[in-house]
Design a protein around this ligand. Structure first.
Ligand SMILES: CCCCCC/C=C/C(=O)SCCNC(=O)CCNC(=O)[C@H](O)C(C)(C)COP(=O)(O)OP(=O)(O)OC[C@H]1O[C@@H](n2cnc3c(N)ncnc32)[C@H](O)[C@@H]1OP(=O)(O)O
Length: 323
């Protein structure tokens, strides 16, 4: 687009990057500069429209924060509260919600609140991955779907790993799948005694994500982690607290009042000190967590294509199976 056809000498065989670029340029033959420029503009325009259709949000024209379809985000008393807001679907995480949580966390990491809270609306914290996510197959088929999902999941979990401020889960009801596994990446988890914690990966032909293959054995011991992650044992809130996954359990009747009183007090602590303490506690683990996240996503990419997984999704969608 800037120089026209490729007229420079071919780079040496060991200069792999320059050679790949040269080959791509040379393959365009005598394409005129103006056409190349137009092709480039067309490509970028198509990418930006596919980002919009994939649910990524753009700030308003005046730079105001984006509106969310699947979340309610508020900020007061030094606390940014991100509420999963698909109560009729038990706050199941659809593709839009994964994107929006990522955006909301990025925004919260830069706003002037001192702590960030994730919670659910209605009677569930979240029923985990929306199983209808697997029905929206792109033109590249199930392989492309699995690849895109692995990228989405890796970015999503990566945001939790890198989140710089204290991140607190207010678990207002049952939690399933990825809503449970990511709890290992929070700084505190407060739960109603009505909540349960369930990771039915084997039932769904899946494998652990959210870095739980690493965090759960560390938090609760390898065999307790195996009961949850391999055998799908559902824990009560009190059991999850005994195992160290939950920080504290509150009676459902007083849960919201007690938790928010405490969080408002925590939010008054010096914000920089809290951020630096988190950094000191978490930084040693970050590299490891990113490596675990990458491995879990690549294993899942294969699992999503397995008969075991496909049959489990079909069973759920045809109303034959529930947890
Ligand atoms: C980018 C991809 C990343 C993937 C990451 C990997 C993540 C893995 C996981 O999270 S595994 C866990 C997946 N979750 C489930 O298997 C839960 C499935 N849901 C259920 O078993 C039940 O719905 C329930 C036990 C959570 C609740 O049962 P009940 O109280 O009887 O309510 P309903 O079943 O009537 O639910 C109401 C309404 O919500 C829909 N719904 C609930 N959960 C999900 C879900 N996870 N996916 C899709 N839809 C869900 C349910 O179908 C009902 O819809 P309807 O009113 O019938 O339209």
């Amino acid at each position: 687009a800037t120089e026209g056809p490729c007229n420079t000498p071919k780079p040496g065989v060991f200069d792999l990057i320059s050679k790949a670029k040269w080959d791509a340029w040379n393959a365009l033959g005598s394409l005129p500069k103006e056409t190349a420029r137009q092709n480039y503009v067309d490509l970028v325009s198509s990418l930006s429209s596919s980002l919009k259709s994939s649910g990524q949000l753009e700030p308003g024209a005046d730079g105001t924060p984006p509106g969310y379809e699947t979340l309610v985000v508020t900020s007061e008393d030094g606390i940014t509260k991100i509420t999963l807001n698909r109560p009729t679907k038990k706050n199941a995480m659809n593709t839009q919600m994964y994107h929006e949580i990522t955006l909301a966390l990025e925004a919260a990491s830069k706003d002037n609140s001192s702590i960030t809270v994730l919670t659910g609306s209605g009677d569930y914290y979240s029923s985990g991955n929306d199983l209808t996510n697997f029905t929206d197959i792109p033109s590249g088929g199930v392989e492309e779907k699995a690849k895109n999902s692995a990228i989405l999941l890796r970015n999503f979990v990566g945001c939790f790993i890198d989140f710089p401020k204290p991140l607190i889960a207010v678990v207002n009801g049952p939690a399933v799948g990825i809503a449970v596994t990511t709890l290992g990446l929070f700084d505190a988890v407060y739960s109603t005694d009505r909540a349960t914690f369930h990771t039915p990966f084997s039932h769904l032909g899946l494998s652990p994500e959210g870095c739980s293959s690493y965090t759960f054995p560390k938090i609760m011991s390898p065999s307790k982690a195996a009961e949850m992650l391999i055998f799908g044992k559902k824990l009560t809130a009190r059991e999850a607290c005994t195992q160290g996954l939950v920080t504290e359990v509150f009676p459902d009747g007083t849960f919201q009042k007690e938790v928010w009183t405490r969080l408002k007090a925590y939010a008054k602590l010096p914000a920089n000190a809290m951020r630096i303490s988190k950094e000191v506690i978490r930084n040693k683990e970050k590299e490891k967590l990113h490596a675990v996240n990458a491995e879990e996503c690549s294993v899942l990419q294969e699992r999503w294509l397995s008969d075991e997984c496909m049959n489990a999704v079909v069973s759920f969608l045809s109303r034959k199976a529930k947890l």
